[in-house]
Design a protein around this ligand. Structure first.
Ligand SMILES: [Zn+2]
Length: 292
């Protein structure tokens, strides 16, 4: 029996993945003092399970960590069902579409930023905020051209807060697709004009999105689906020091593919046709079988 092999925490994580991954937060409340709040509009990227802990990772790099008491659990409800229940013991509520994920009776709740030294503000000044119409795009181009680590990939640099701000992981995937850039292309392979083009497109979309809230996505969350530009298949993998998920089309994102670095590709692609949540579930099952 599958359910007998996975732990209770792994089963809860599996149902959270199916309910939450790729969706944006409509509302969220945390009934504890935490360092960082959950932002409406940010997208759930990953759900991780370790022992009795469940971590939910959002596309702005925020991680919600919950540890379960023996009676505690994460449960997913349809909104109508939830409204009929008592809310007393729920310490965290996350609403996406018509579902509510409730963390009931946890022993610990905290939030932090996913580990990524590039995102740490103490390591350097913040770069220009691309969502600000008055931002200094020339400075941003300069910071890319003079990027210290010549082997760094363009996918990493887009999330480097010292170079530019305003790009979350969802937008990073979409921007790379828009510019047909291979995600693993080295930043040093881009000419100054190409850096300028990339930064200008990013700023233009981010600034217009503030007004429109347009969330039509070409690759993010579309693993295994057809690429609308080339009819290839959208893939998902993990990338970078923080091991963030990255959706892309291997068939048409081939600008600078020849310079690509495999340095930070740390997990294999989810097999085509398999939902990432299902892939993680099956991988955990496999590990549980081996260890049990
Ligand atoms: Zn494509």
């Amino acid at each position: 029996m599958i359910s007998a092999i996975l732990t209770s925490t792994q089963r809860q994580a599996a149902s959270l993945r199916i309910a939450l991954i790729g969706k944006d937060i409509r509302s969220a409340t945390i009934a504890e003092d935490v360092a960082l709040g959950l932002k409406v509009g940010s997208v759930i990227e990953e759900v991780r399970a370790f022992g009795r802990e469940i971590e939910i990772v959002f596309d702005d790099g925020v991680v919600l960590r919950t540890k379960m008491s023996l009676r505690g659990s994460w449960k997913v409800f349809h909104i109508a069902d939830w409204q009929r229940k008592k809310r007393g013991a729920a310490k965290v509520l996350i609403q996406v579409e018509n579902l509510i994920a409730a963390c009931i009776d946890p022993s610990e709740v905290e939030t932090h930023h996913d580990f990524d030294p590039r995102r740490h503000p103490l390591l350097g000044r913040n770069g220009p905020d691309l969502s600000d119409p008055k931002t200094d795009l020339d400075l941003c181009v300069e910071l890319m051209v003079e990027y210290q680590d010549a082997d760094a990939t363009i996918a990493e640099v887009l999330l480097d807060q010292r170079v530019m701000r305003g790009i979350g992981n969802v937008f990073r995937c979409e921007l790379l697709w828009t510019c047909e850039l291979h995600p693993w292309a080295k930043v040093s392979s881009l000419s100054r004009d190409e850096c300028r083009e990339l930064v200008s497109i990013a700023a233009e979309i981010l600034q217009s999105r503030h007004a429109s809230h347009d969330r039509t996505l070409a690759v993010y969350g579309r693993h295994g689906k057809e690429c609308e530009r080339c009819t290839g298949q959208v893939r998902v993998t993990h990338h970078g020091e923080a091991n963030r998920v990255l959706y892309w089309c291997a068939d048409c994102q081939n600008r600078h593919a020849g310079t690509s670095s495999s340095r930070y590709v740390t997990e294999h692609d989810t097999p085509p046709g398999v939902h990432p949540a299902e892939f993680i579930y099956l991988s955990e099952l496999e590990r549980a079988r081996k260890s049990g």
